[in-house]
Design a protein around this ligand. Sequence first.
Ligand SMILES: CC(C)(COP(=O)(O)OP(=O)(O)OC[C@H]1O[C@@H](n2cnc3c(N)ncnc32)[C@H](O)[C@@H]1OP(=O)(O)O)[C@@H](O)C(=O)NCCC(=O)NCCS
Length: 324
Amino acid sequence: MPWVVREAVRDVNRAVGRRWHAIDPLLPDPGTLPTGCGEPLVVTGDNGRMAGLGVCVHQHIPPQSLNQTWGAADRFTLVPRLAGQDVAGTADLLLSQWRDHLAGVGVTRGPDTSASVVWPSLDITGVQALLRHGLQPLTVIAARTCPASGPPQGAPRGAYGVTIRSAGPADEEQVLDLELRLIRYDMHFGGPVWRANTARLVRDEIRTSLARPASWTWLAERNGRAVGLLVAQPPKEAGWIGGMTSKTTTAAYLQTMFVDQAERGTGIGAALVRNLHARFDASSVAVTLLHHSQVNPLSAPFWYRMGYRPLWTSWEARPASALR
Ligand SMILES: CC(C)(COP(=O)(O)OP(=O)(O)OC[C@H]1O[C@@H](n2cnc3c(N)ncnc32)[C@H](O)[C@@H]1OP(=O)(O)O)[C@@H](O)C(=O)NCCC(=O)NCCS
């Protein structure tokens, strides 16, 4: 990249950083752009200066990876940096360039493809442009910060007749059953895709995680039967997502939350989450992140009741050719 272009990119990045921090203090610094599939897409403002740019990343997720269960097999992601005052107009021009670029990539015409943009949830300036280009708000990364007053004293409140306990290797079948039911439930909302290898790969992941001395997996039991599951990752395992916040090294991740349908609405979900929060709040965890489907009617009300709020929204067109 020539020196003048590198300077312009730096200026855009600085302006994006100022804009993001004014919108939401939990957003990170924009950081270095990933290496894309080619030269960045660039939008020039009326004053002749760079108003925004975007890098297109192509990813093929192989069938041997559990990641293929969480979305399309071929993913095209636009990483935008929009500095200017007319963010909506710049976003519109950038998305048009991206659409034209993807139209020239043969793979995007396949059914198992997606085109996505991860956008700060509190940045409302680009929403109209994203909608106009056929993108749908599919998944939210929600965040909860540790309360300033510190952890509550005493044991967290439980649910009547329900015991919460840490899971171990002997619980593999029960954990697997609840995990697979969660995936099947979430599939209603257009996120996960059931693959030939899904059950086997989920089992492998559970086996590895339950074999650890501290498994970070909890079961809620009624009369010895598992009726709820929560799986989390402490900051040292959550580095893959920590960079999505300004609290990079002290961000934990809440990976799985499921309560048996017949037991919902009785306080089991809240008891599992309070048990986790008590541990995180007593340690150095500054923020807990999780993914939930934007259109899951059960998850958003529950998570926002538990102290979470939206941080990033993933806007997606599936298949990728639905981008317009
Ligand atoms: C989301 C889920 C885990 C909630 O568990 P739950 O045991 O039913 O929740 P609780 O009974 O502990 O509810 C805790 C609080 O959230 C509220 N709440 C829970 N679900 C709600 C809903 N759908 N709408 C409004 N409020 C809700 C409860 O009223 C309660 O509030 P209170 O503290 O004022 O009494 C459960 O519905 C579930 O397993 N859903 C299917 C899987 C899923 O969506 N998982 C989340 C994926 S991200």
